[in-house]
Design a protein around this ligand. Structure first.
Ligand SMILES: [Zn+2]
Ligand SMILES: [Zn+2]
Length: 296
């Protein structure tokens, strides 16, 4: 009994001696728990907002739709014999995509063309699902082909654009659909698919879409964008509009080359882009790019 008493009094003395250290460790642990809790709440309610369909009304004669598929957006533009889908979203969003197609009165068979802004998994995830019922012509950069065929993102040159973005990528980890560990399903291409290597002003017009394709590297080597004659610019991740507190100011969180990204932004501004439709976040005015440019 006295042995037990001595044991407890020794523990008591030990705690008393290192009280400050215990309190510090406890506060650090509580802060960590609080940070993770805030992260999870933010991740679910802010980063992945309610999924919805928005009709393109501004500048656009109502000929298109934006589907907000959780974190990633995809857009549909009326083409001459069906629809052009811009980007293929995340494969985890198949049900949401189906629901939105129904809401917009479009079927998967109506999707005659798919334009892929770049190979990342959150932009190509629904291609196989669409191909189950449709036989679309896929338009993408030549360098997107290999990683999409393998279903594996090319992360060789990728890095975070700001220190805050690096911390957030670390803190959010799996919470973001754009996490570096996520890969897509392998997809096959055929002779009819189109691989872009430079700016092109004829392909879209030949399918009844009044716009041009421009190469816009910087977020990835294979990034390409669509600039419609009416000023709508579908840019994938060349510019983003989510997690705006991360200090990136419309820059993507991940980039491969900042100088190229800057050139791509200048190009977007010089070819008549008025409204930016980013792959992540809400639509915004192109003027915001020029004010963000000072922060590069
Ligand atoms: Zn991306
Ligand atoms: Zn993305």
């Amino acid at each position: 009994m006295s042995l037990l008493f001595t044991f407890f009094s020794k523990i008591k003395q030990f705690i008393k001696k290192y009280k400050k250290i215990f309190i510090t460790l406890l506060s650090l642990w509580l802060s960590y728990v609080a940070l993770i809790t805030i992260t999870i709440i933010y991740g679910y309610f802010v980063i992945q907002p309610a999924e919805h369909v928005v009709q393109h009304d501004e500048y656009a004669s109502n000929n298109g739709y934006e589907f907000n598929l959780g974190m990633s957006n995809v857009n549909l533009i009326k083409a001459k014999d069906g629809y052009l889908l811009i980007d293929g979203g995340d494969h985890k969003r198949e049900d949401a995509f189906e629901g939105m197609l129904k809401e917009a009165g479009i079927t998967k068979k109506d999707i005659k063309y798919i334009f892929i802004t770049h190979h990342h998994h959150d932009h190509v995830g629904l291609i196989n699902h669409i191909k189950e019922e449709s036989n679309p012509i896929i338009i993408m950069h030549k360098d997107a082909r290999e990683p999409i065929e393998k279903g594996k993102m090319d992360l060789s040159l990728i890095h975070n654009s700001t220190k805050r973005a690096a911390f957030l990528m670390f803190a959010f980890g799996h919470a973001g659909d754009h996490g570096a560990n996520n890969n897509s399903e392998a997809t096959t291409f055929t002779y009819k698919d189109i691989f872009i290597t430079q700016d092109n002003s004829t392909i879209l017009r030949s399918i009844g879409v009044n716009g041009n394709i421009i190469v816009t590297p910087g977020h990835s080597n294979d990034s390409i964008s669509i600039i419609m004659d009416d000023g709508r610019a579908f840019v994938g991740d060349t510019a983003e509009n989510w997690m705006t507190f991360d200090g990136t100011c419309h820059r993507p969180m991940n980039i491969t080359n900042e100088a190229e990204l800057k050139d791509s932004w200048n190009k977007l501004m010089s070819v008549g882009a008025k409204v930016i439709y980013p792959g992540h976040g809400e639509v915004f005015n192109v003027d915001e790019l020029s004010s963000c440019m000072n922060q590069f």
